[in-house]
Design a binder for this molecule. Structure first.
Ligand code: SAM
Length: 292
């Protein structure tokens, strides 16, 4: 079984992989569209000047915000050198003058001054955050966000992208991934045979403890069944993601190379079926920094 050392940065997929970067570009398009807008609808955009996206991947959200709001300064942070380098190059191609990308780890103190941002965003960090890292990260965000500024965390509790559906193989993947997350210290759910990692119900508590107020939760639903326009993008996302995650699953001792490959092939077959039904739920939790 994989041993777990908190001082290590451990993302379940090789973060320098170019095909993982391609997957994250698709994921960004899918999820931003599903979320409906770049910022929560009830946040006053005129009060937001400095924006940070932590674990920004190839920088899709950062670029979109910078393009749509040239008056805002938008910063992306990640620990993948290849993604940061792509994000910088793409911002240059787009002629964006208001973006900067830094190497920063969410599991270490964030090297930004106190009170330097009005909005801190992070999406899908559960793949590298062990559970003890969440409160520390949110406390760090509280330090760098100005009073009146907003934090938004968007996460999923279902690891294979399947919250509900009729593919037994995809459901198996979810269960096996939840078990691996449990064994490697990433799950808040005490049931290693459960179907979810229980991170999203923890976030309002952590936000409150760190001094955030007016905490709100916003669910998102992405239906990628046969016949939907999202199916192709989700297919590419899972075709890559479920392949690249296999070494982590085998190392965590929850499956064998043969078993996981067999189930992977079955997921691909299920996806092609015109009877394929599947939906993915994820949640944004956001709150306002109180006076310090
Ligand atoms: C699932 S991706 C999310 C990408 C992006 N936030 C999105 O929603 O499209 C996870 C990202 O976390 C990054 N990452 C892994 N470990 C990290 C760490 N310790 N600190 C910051 N980012 C990390 C990976 O390089 C990858 O880009």
């Amino acid at each position: 079984m994989e041993t777990f050392r908190p001082e290590e940065n451990r993302y379940v997929i090789d973060q320098e992989s170019s095909v993982e970067m391609a997957r994250l570009m698709e994921l960004d398009i899918l999820t931003t569209k599903c979320m409906g807008s770049l910022f929560p609808a009830d946040v006053a955009l005129s009060t937001i000047h400095d924006v940070l996206d932590v674990a920004c991947g190839p920088g899709g959200w950062v670029s979109e915000v910078a393009f749509a709001h040239p008056e805002k300064r938008v910063v992306g942070a990640d620990i993948s050198h290849s993604m940061l380098s792509y994000a910088r190059a793409y911002a240059e191609v787009q002629g964006l003058q208001n973006t900067t990308f830094y190497y920063r780890s969410a599991t270490e103190p964030l090297d930004f001054p106190d009170d330097s941002f009005d909005f801190v965003n992070s999406r899908f960090m559960v793949g590298f955050m062990w559970k003890e890292a969440w409160p520390n990260y949110i406390q760090e965000c509280a330090r760098i966000i100005r009073p009146g500024g907003v934090i938004r965390l968007t996460e999923s509790d279902c690891m294979s992208g399947l919250s509900a559906g009729n593919s037994v193989a995809l459901s198996w993947f979810n269960r096996i991934m939840v078990r691996a997350f449990y064994r490697t210290g990433r799950s808040f759910c005490e049931d290693e045979d459960g179907y979810q990692v229980g991170v999203t119900p923890m976030l309002p508590k952590f936000l409150k403890e760190a001094g955030f107020q007016a905490i709100r939760e916003q669910p998102h639903l992405l239906n990628f069944s046969a016949g939907t326009e999202t199916r192709e993008r989700m297919f590419k996302n899972l075709q890559i993601g479920l392949k690249l995650v296999q070494p982590f699953l085998v190392k965590a001792g929850v499956t064998t190379e043969e078993e996981v490959e067999r189930c992977y092939q079955q997921v691909i077959t299920d996806f092609m079926s015109e009877d394929f039904r599947a939906a993915w739920y994820f949640t944004s939790v956001y709150g306002v920094r109180g006076e310090k």
